[in-house]
Design a protein around this ligand. Structure first.
Ligand code: CP
Length: 323
């Protein structure tokens, strides 16, 4: 990852002013770059030195929805930084099961922990938690709304691979209606120069109109259902899972579940440096035959979650809020 000297100086002297990470829309381009730069520094830092950053600190990890990568990469990051983790991976073992409100849960956990990482099935739950909590809240995904830490690791991955984010042409593919990762990523790309976004989906799963409205003056956005037509132009194809759990009627899911299945054949039509990203988990949308090709970036992308989440924890540590 290379940065121009003046850009590097400005980022190094910059500060991360946020006390919570709730939505990518709240984070400026400069702050995004500060996080990415910090993540790079942490990747290169001596392990022993790194393990002092969260010494004697407790991070609560509250997952009201299933997760593999977000929860475990946060927990790895906390351990790498020398912190301790409390929390749950299943709300069924918490007092949520007995009817405790989110508000009461947060008011308790802030007394046990220095930072709270939370995934919740309700859109806006992270914002609500941040309004209540005296300790920083990091949104690990709220319903179909936002997944800002995923976006930061996606941007880190793009920058590592291409040396820049400006000018990138990216296809967002699949479930653009319910996929929170593509909502956050679209907002983030709109903060960079000359990015071009193809929103590729079936009619039923198009990117929400309000997101298109919000970003279209800042970034070139083209909606299509024809992947083959746009493939040769793409630097990155960001595939997503059709979010079965968010459909009210399974019949509607069945109509679109096989809308796009990527196989090695697509590589005949792509640029040399073309890469496939995916927030994972995948179901059937990327055939495993692609996994060992140079285009497959998705496992490396998931691994980048650790330094990026380390950076966020380190930067939010000690932030005080006036509620
Ligand atoms: N990308 C992502 O959020 O994965 P998990 O649902 O496994 O956390």
């Amino acid at each position: 990852m290379s940065l121009k000297a003046n850009e590097k100086n400005s980022i190094e002297s910059g500060t991360f002013s946020l006390t919570d990470v709730v939505s990518i829309a709240d984070i400026s381009r400069k702050e995004i770059e500060i996080v990415l730069n910090k993540a790079k520094n942490l990747e290169e830092m001596d392990k022993k030195e790194k393990s002092k950053i969260l010494e004697n600190r407790v991070v609560a990890s509250l997952f009201f929805e299933p997760s593999t990568r977000t929860r475990l990469s946060f927990e790895t990051a906390i351990q790498n930084l020398g912190g301790r983790v409390i929390g749950f991976a299943d709300p069924g073992v918490s007092s949520f099961k007995k009817g405790e409100t989110l508000s009461d849960t947060i008011k308790m956990i802030e007394r046990y922990a220095d930072i709270i990482v939370m995934r919740h099935f309700i859109e806006g739950a992270a914002r609500r938690a941040a309004e209540i909590s005296q300790v920083p809240i990091i949104n690990g995904g709220d319903g179909a709304n936002q997944h800002p830490t995923q976006t930061l690791l996606d941007l880190y991955t793009i920058k590592k691979e291409f040396g820049k984010i400006d000018g990138i042409t990216i296809g967002l593919l699949g479930d653009l209606k319910y996929g929170r990762t593509v909502h956050s990523l679209a907002y983030a790309l709109a903060k960079f120069n000359d990015a071009k976004i193809y929103c590729i989906s079936p009619e039923q799963l198009k990117m929400p109109k309000e997101i298109i409205e919000d970003i279209k003056g800042k970034v070139k956005v083209i909606e299509t259902d024809d992947l083959n037509k746009v493939l040769p132009e793409l630097d990155v194809l960001y595939a997503t899972r059709i979010q079965k759990e968010r459909f009210a009627d399974e019949k509607d899911y069945n109509k679109v579940k096989n809308a796009f299945i990527l196989d090695a054949g697509i590589l005949k039509k792509t640029k040399k440096q073309f890469r496939i990203m995916h927030p994972l988990p995948r179901v059937n949308e990327i055939k495993t035959e692609l996994d060992l090709t140079p285009a497959a970036l998705y496992f490396e992308q998931a691994a980048n979650g650790v330094p990026v989440r380390e950076a966020l924890l380190a930067m939010l540590l000690g932030k005080k809020k006036v509620i």
